[in-house]
Design a protein around this ligand. Structure first.
Ligand code: FMN
Length: 329
């Protein structure tokens, strides 16, 4: 693609925050496929950042930049204190979660239910933005429950924009707060790109990054014509090679062979093994690398079975390669 959108915050392409998936090992792997993407952590609750094991919660590898940490919370003071710690750790962006519909998150009064409290979210934004110098951004849905008309989203975004927030990651479906699991909430409410687009048209000065259901290079191309960026979640995890294809299309980055991506990941895996990390913590993220290729099932299965052994080493990855190649022959 010759014409690249100007994005002030980060990158026209982002990999979404995904609990239990986009941990540091996953992000190091994704970085090998997408050198220019902005990578997001899993959501971390502000209280945990302040009181928890910071190295465990916030530690990352230098290769992960540009890197955004997603915070969960709704107390401006706590969020500001957490944001300060996040900035000191060296992150490039702090993102506030206004999209998660889980009941656990709702009982803590944060996540998607905050869409009903734009003034409080604006206070949270201001407190964080005043506390740190790196950008603060918001990840939101397009509505919640019966508040699913454009005016509701417009009111939410304009309140935040008035507070100074320039960038919104918009998961283009509403969240249903009662009766649907978080997983169902990622599939059941229909995608409404038209609503996200209306927002971009009405607020051209804001950066609007589209999220939800994007799977292919063609999807990315199409939506970058309208939006400042795109954020990819499940497809990036289940079929990570799509990141390399997108990267190649947007930035002319040479397409790496899948085997070379694994070879580039190995030194990191070996270092982590030496530090006592289990092989499975890393190999679980690379199981989708050969998705759609001959022998993919054998790659996945060998990694999954071999990684279960606590003492497993990188020989499991060699076995997975051999199993894949034998099945493909
Ligand atoms: C396993 C999983 C965990 C997720 N965890 C988070 C999270 O911590 N914070 C968040 O804002 N969104 C979370 N999401 C939602 C994604 O960031 C994204 O908005 C959603 O999956 C839609 O994008 P997609 O269709 O490209 O997957 C999660 C999604 C998945 C699949």
């Amino acid at each position: 693609m010759t014409q690249k959108p100007e994005v002030r915050i980060c990158s026209p392409i982002a990999v979404a925050p995904m609990m239990d998936w986009t941990d540091r090992h996953c992000r190091v792997f994704h970085r090998l496929l997408a050198p220019h993407a902005c990578l997001f952590t899993e959501m971390v609750v502000a209280q945990a950042v302040i009181h928890g094991d910071r190295q465990q919660l916030l530690g990352f590898d230098a290769s992960e930049h540009p890197l955004a940490l997603q915070l969960g919370g709704s107390d401006p003071g706590l969020l500001a204190a957490a944001a300060r710690i996040v900035e000191e750790f060296g992150y490039d962006q702090v993102n506030l979660n206004v999209g998660c519909p889980s009941s656990r998150v709702q009982s803590g009064r944060f996540g998607a239910c905050l869409m009903a409290e734009p003034v409080l979210v604006a206070e949270c934004y201001r407190a964080m933005a005043e506390a740190i110098t790196i950008p603060v951004t918001i990840k939101t849905r397009i509505g919640i429950d019966d508040h699913d008309d454009y005016e509701f989203l417009r009111e939410f975004v304009s309140t935040l924009a008035d507070a100074g927030c320039p960038t919104f990651y918009v998961h283009a479906r509403k969240a249903i707060l009662q009766g649907l699991s978080p997983k169902q909430n990622r599939d059941v409410p229909p995608l409404r790109y038209d609503i996200a687009l209306r927002l971009k048209r009405e607020f051209p000065e804001l950066e609007i990054v589209l999220n939800g259901g994007l799977r292919t290079v063609a999807d990315v191309r199409r939506h970058l014509a309208d939006f400042d960026g795109v954020m990819i979640g499940r497809e990036a995890y289940n079929n990570p090679y799509v990141l390399a294809l997108i990267e190649n299309d947007l930035f002319d980055t040479p397409l790496p062979a899948r085997d070379n991506v694994v070879a580039s990941y190995l030194p990191y895996v070996k270092r982590q093994l030496r530090d006592g990390v289990r092989l499975h913590s890393m190999t679980r993220h690379i199981q989708g690398l050969y998705a759609g290729e001959p022998g993919a099932r054998y790659w996945r299965r060998t990694l999954s079975e071999g990684g279960a052994d606590r003492s497993a080493g990188v020989e499991v990855i060699e076995r997975a390669h051999a199993a894949r190649l034998a099945a493909a022959a």
